[in-house]
Write a protein that binds this ligand. Structure first.
Ligand SMILES: Nc1nc2c(ncn2[C@@H]2O[C@H](COP(=O)(O)OP(=O)(O)OP(=O)(O)O)[C@@H](O)[C@H]2O)c(=O)[nH]1
Length: 208
């Protein structure tokens, strides 16, 4: 893969990030909080709508004076979508691996998601571990030190986050992007990305 030094002048870099973790831990809410444009971000939807298959959002950031396009793939956590979700792991530069601090099954599931990442993603991929829903302190079942210990065992950064209260979301992505960007070889030039929304906007009933 090409590093930043190989990109044509003015071309942004492209970084592929994949969200992973059990169903209902807050992956979609975290992506929405991070990518949607209002300064504080909109609150995640109060009602839960499961991701079906896969979805993605793009966010453009500046890192050390370089424009970087983050392509964030939001996978479905439900078991029935496991094969399709993990098929998007290949080629990812980084993973945001999420559990819910109020749900012990989602914490136990991290080991299996880590195994999937190591089996299906490229070697030396960067990962950040998030214990989400830290605004629900009274319902907490996973102590913060358990998350820290697990992250330490895997050698990855760890944050407790809240998509609802916008806690540590920006910081978690910043740390992940920094780790990815520091490995120049994992960043692609954004040469052949087609903006599908842009083509849709231009299309009329007679033009395809
Ligand atoms: N209190 C609280 N609720 C949250 C938080 N993040 C998400 N939720 C709620 O948790 C539920 C599930 O959130 P989603 O973002 O859809 O979860 P998901 O991991 O994308 O779920 P799948 O699409 O099934 O994989 C929704 O009702 C959200 O409003 C949070 O930080 N705090």
């Amino acid at each position: 893969m090409a590093g930043p030094g190989h990109c044509s002048a003015g071309k942004p870099l492209l970084v592929k990030i994949v969200m992973a973790g059990e169903s209902c831990v807050g992956k979609t809410s975290i992506v929405r909080r991070y990518t949607e444009p209002s300064p504080a971000g909109p609150p995640p939807a109060a009602s839960y709508i499961a991701t079906v298959g896969i979805d993605f959002k793009v966010k453009t950031i500046t890192f050390n004076d370089t424009t970087v396009k983050l392509q964030i793939w939001d996978t479905a956590g439900q078991e029935q979508f496991h094969t399709i979700s993990t098929s998007y792991f290949r080629g990812a530069h980084g993973f945001v691996l999420v559990y819910d601090i109020t749900n012990s099954d989602s914490f136990q599931g991290i080991t299996s998601w880590m195994k999937d990442i190591h089996e299906k993603a490229d070697d030396e991929v960067d990962i950040v571990l998030l214990g989400n829903k830290c605004d629900k302190e009274t319902e907490r079942v996973i102590p913060k030190h358990s998350g820290e210990k697990l992250a330490w065992e895997y050698g990855v950064p760890f944050f407790e986050t809240s998509a609802t209260d916008n806690i540590n979301i920006e910081d978690a992505f910043s740390v992940l992007v920094k780790e990815i960007m520091n490995k120049n070889s994992y960043v692609l030039c954004d040469l052949d990305v087609v903006d599908l929304n842009e083509s849709k906007k231009k299309r009329t009933c007679c033009q395809f």
